[in-house]
Design a protein. Structure first.
Length: 351
């Protein structure tokens, strides 16, 4: 059996951020990841707001391109340009480096390790056919949109975007990002995010069984054809990725000795689906609360985590949840409501 101060489940930005912060404070941290390679496959559009990475020690090679402007293409064909202080990241490099930083500070990492169940105070892991028992003082669940840890405290995401993305060659370099709002992309949008010689081109559509299957590929192919006709990209994908993004808003993130962070906590933005910055920040907040609780031997101090992240992010996530309800219930009036429901317009922030 492994005993540790903190068990972190999931080595994405939330989990590795938590492991790094707790290890810096001298805690005995075990970080487990079900994938064989941290950061891969990438299931992300790789765009991150600069302000949400404050304090992060980012290696330069994880930043592919700095973005200063964005263009939003409206259903009627018009487009509007806005300021956009963001970066295109190499998520595979970013995630792996964050985990490496945690390891250098003392965190123990187990890859290809599945979090299976919880029996009393023990957590059962499965690794290469072997069962491992872990006895942690605190558990941080950062294990994605359909979190196993979240089920232990009956706090699970129920509303999602279905996403599909191709990485394709650009016809010529771009120094801006593009969003596409279209009646065909129910509840979501399309994007073209440049990353040097290639671009991430994808769709996020409100999750349903019909869209989850062949319909999503057909929809993305149609979008790619349009961008090819506009001479922006070449129809020659070099990679394909996709997955679910929680868009139902934040969940309850603390119970007993368990906290949730990142996608597992529903901390992704309900309109854009963006979540890297929130995950990084909330992993850090969770670790800070865990360190205090362990030092004082008082699990009630974990409640500080929920108070902190809601203070920092709660107002915007609440607004975005309300806007999503309007957007979906009035989708047939998209042309008239989009400026009140899309984050790039000032009308979005006035209600």
């Amino acid at each position: 059996m492994i005993e540790c101060d903190i068990l972190v489940v999931g080595a994405g930005p939330a989990g590795s951020s938590a492991a790094l912060e707790a290890s810096k404070a001298g805690c005995n941290v075990l970080l487990v990841e079900r994938k064989k390679t941290i950061g891969q496959p990438v299931q992300c559009a790789e765009l991150i707001p600069n302000n949400l990475l404050e304090g992060a020690e980012i290696i330069p090679r994880s930043i592919i391109q700095e973005i200063k402007t964005s263009r939003t293409f409206l259903p009627n064909g018009d487009w509007v340009e806005h300021v956009s202080d963001t970066y295109m990241m190499d998520r595979a490099v970013f995630d792996k480096d964050l985990a490496v930083q945690a390891a250098k500070k003392g965190a123990r990492i187990l890859i290809r390790t599945q979090c299976v169940s919880k029996k009393g105070e023990k957590v059962i892991l499965a690794r290469r056919g072997e069962k491992i028992e872990v006895l942690p003082k605190v558990i941080i669940g950062a294990d994605g949109p359909k979190s196993t840890v979240g089920k232990w405290i009956t706090s699970v995401n129920e509303e999602f975007y279905t996403t599909l993305q191709y990485e394709v060659p650009l016809v010529s370099p771009l120094d801006w990002i593009e969003f596409y709002i279209d009646h065909d992309f129910f509840g979501g949008y399309g994007w073209l995010f440049p990353k040097g010689k290639t671009a991430n081109v994808g769709l996020a559509v409100r999750h349903c069984l019909e869209v989850e299957t062949a319909g999503m590929h057909e929809l993305l192919k149609k979008f790619v054809n349009k961008l090819c006709s506009d001479k922006k990209i070449e129809d020659n994908p070099v990679s394909v990725t996709g997955g679910l993004i929680p868009v139902g808003g934040p969940l309850n993130t603390w119970k007993d000795n368990i906290m949730l962070a990142g996608d597992a906590a529903g901390q992704t933005h309900p309109i854009t689906g963006g979540g890297i910055g929130q995950a990084y920040a909330c992993g850090k907040f969770a670790a800070e609360a865990a360190v205090d609780a362990i030092r004082e031997d008082d699990l009630r101090l974990l409640g500080k985590y929920e108070l902190t992240w809601r203070y920092v992010l709660g107002k915007e996530l609440k607004r975005a949840c309300a806007k999503r309800k309007i957007l979906e219930s009035h989708w047939d009036e998209l042309d008239s409501i989009i400026k009140k429901c899309w984050v790039m317009f000032k009308d979005y922030y006035e209600d």
